[in-house]
Design a protein around this ligand. Structure first.
Ligand code: IPE
Ligand code: IPE
Ligand code: MG
Length: 238
């Protein structure tokens, strides 16, 4: 069915504006935003039977923010993993952290918490939760190209026979389905370097709702909108 939904992706956006509207510091917006994650991700798995859920948490461009805000975000994400890991384990969710984790700017305690979440859910197969962390899609594509180039140079593959599937399998999401539905909150209508290759045929739903306000009801509305889309993949459909 064209409106099957295997892979959903979220650009969680609007934490700062949510806080500003309430005359609160941006950090409070991030706190409220991180609190939403579990509810939404689990709802995708449990209420809609979605197998893969991706969440854009920190982009390679987010280093341009003040150090204090970055620290707050990292601390909140670390806390989130520490607290929620048992729940995700219990529900059979494999946590994958996709991004440039070798970056020296990532504090070591944050990195070890993230790695622990990956390690301790590695054998789980029911659902996949991709945490896009220090992730940038263009850089990811370049990395994939380099890996393919190295293989070609080593004689493992022929440059002329590289396919779209080959490139796809060298991305951080290698082996996963392409994105079916991408939801961005806060009213912004752009990708901001998120899953460019994987979204080639994705449907996009943009909601004015800021991420800290994005609840199950709003998720339901977005998925309903997706269900009414006609996905043609270049073909003709009545
Ligand atoms: C999204 O909210 C959180 C991350 C980027 C991790 P923002 O912090 O971008 O919130 P706005 O866009 O400033 O409102
Ligand atoms: C995209 O949101 C990054 C994440 C949600 C992690 P931004 O708020 O950083 O995007 P721009 O700067 O508005 O495009
Ligand atoms: Mg933003």
């Amino acid at each position: 069915m064209s409106t099957s939904l295997d892979h959903i992706a979220f650009i969680m956006d609007g934490n700062g504006r949510w806080a500003k509207k309430r005359f609160l510091p941006r950090s409070m917006g991030h706190r409220a935003g991180v609190r939403r994650i579990k509810e939404i991700v689990l709802s995708c798995f449990e209420d809609y039977g979605i197998s893969t859920c991706s969440l854009y948490c920190f982009s390679t461009e987010n280093w341009n923010r003040p150090a204090e805000e970055i620290e707050t975000l990292f601390r909140l994400l670390k806390q989130f993993f520490e607290e929620e890991l048992p729940t995700f384990r219990e529900k059979g969710v494999r946590i994958r952290v996709l991004g440039f984790l070798e970056d020296k700017r990532i504090p070591s305690d944050v990195l070890s918490t993230i790695r622990k979440a990956e390690d301790e859910t590695r054998e789980l197969t029911e659902h996949v939760f991709n945490v896009l962390f220090n992730y940038g899609s263009r850089q990811e594509i370049v990395r994939a190209c380099r890996r393919l180039a190295a293989k070609a140079q080593g004689g493992e593959i022929e440059a002329e026979s590289i396919t779209t599937e080959d490139l796809s399998s060298e991305l951080f999401t290698g082996g996963q389905e392409d994105v079916d539905l991408l939801i961005r909150t806060s009213g912004e209508e752009r990708l901001s370097n998120c899953l460019l290759y994987q979204c080639a045929y994705a449907e996009f739903v943009f909601t004015p709702c800021c991420w800290p306000d994005f609840d199950r009801k709003e998720l339901e509305r977005c998925i309903e909108e997706y269900r009414h889309r006609s996905r043609r993949f270049g073909a003709i459909k009545e």
